[in-house]
Design a protein around this ligand. Sequence first.
Ligand SMILES: Nc1nc2c(c(=O)[nH]1)N[C@H]1C(S)=C(S)[C@@H](COP(=O)(O)O)O[C@H]1N2
Ligand SMILES: [Mo]
Length: 387
Amino acid sequence: MTNQRSRREILKGGLAAAGLGVLGIPEWALPALAQGETLVPFTDIPESVRWETPPDRRILDVRTIDGPFTPADKFATTQHYGHPTIDPAAFRLKVSGLVEKPLSLSLDDLKRMGTTDLVAGFECSGNRGPLQGLCSNGRWTGVSLKKVLDSAAINASAREFVFFGADHGEEEVEWRTQKFKLDVPFGRSLNREKAMSPEIFLAWALNGQPLTTHQGAPLRLIVPGWYGVANVKWLSQIHIQKDAYTGKYQTRWYRTIKGEMIDGEMKYMETAVTHMNLKSFIARVTKNGGPCNITGVVLNDGTPIKSVEVKVDDGPWQPATMDPSTKEKYGWKLFHYAWNNPAPGDHTLVSRVTDVTGKMQPTAAELETKKSFLEENSQSPRKVKIA
Ligand SMILES: Nc1nc2c(c(=O)[nH]1)N[C@H]1C(S)=C(S)[C@@H](COP(=O)(O)O)O[C@H]1N2
Ligand SMILES: [Mo]
């Protein structure tokens, strides 16, 4: 038995036990296939993948992507402290600190401040190949954060805007030779300029339905074009201060350590995880008789896209076509590539995206000096088998 064969047999066995089809996903979860169309199997799915994830986490099976919006019950989801319990009737968003008018707003108060839609997709900064399942795209309904902040009358001295979730946990906080165990909320901050920019959004609905607990009900922050961690769920308080916020998930966990050549010397620099780096990946391959159709996803910070190319095995880069249904600035973009008459056997497929500034998705080799695993946006190969 070859390695590959045994891996596939094991995968099959495990899936049968879980009551799933050979593809590892319930039949109803698959997008409709055209008549005569079949899904081409990926052969690089790690044995360790658990499609049946714990109830508060979920990866998106990217093979099910068939349109611009991810349904709420498939939307990728994760967090650090589990789900908090919030009574929506008693819920108030507090705005405190360096403001003339501290606020305590119910969801209805917020809705009266205006209701607009924003299409935004994001990925967790830990998302990576081959599965790339920690990303999704949605149509959010809510209000511009700036409207809320303007009504609180922000003090001129305000510099740092801290967003706290209702979720919390015990953390060890070190000071000099002392260690304290403190119960702290999940918090993330934005500087004044970013917090006051008009696209920052407070959302109470996804795809036309109230947020579920998984997505941060009743209210979450959306920082369009930034990695998932910025989008604070179960948002309960905005505290405005002068000093930099130094919570664990602000200044320690969501950092990238990467070597850069500066004046001929390698310097290891640490940067904050903020806007999404330019990424594309192949999500799904289908076959209709001879030809195959490859569908993929582009995520970035909203900079317009110039092109996506696809490479089959050692062939040349070939242009893919952008899907006209995904044109929103901060939404993910889908692309398609017609792979005509692929030979039976194993193949490697990879995509790369270029934006209008000329920036191109890096190769894995170009990211070699990145020591921490977040912000992994390199070209992401997939392996398939044509029957
Ligand atoms: N309150 C709160 N918000 C949070 C987190 C958290 O732990 N607590 N995790 C962040 C991270 S790391 C990610 S990737 C996204 C995930 O959002 P989703 O579950 O809607 O995909 O939520 C972000 N917002
Ligand atoms: Mo994340």
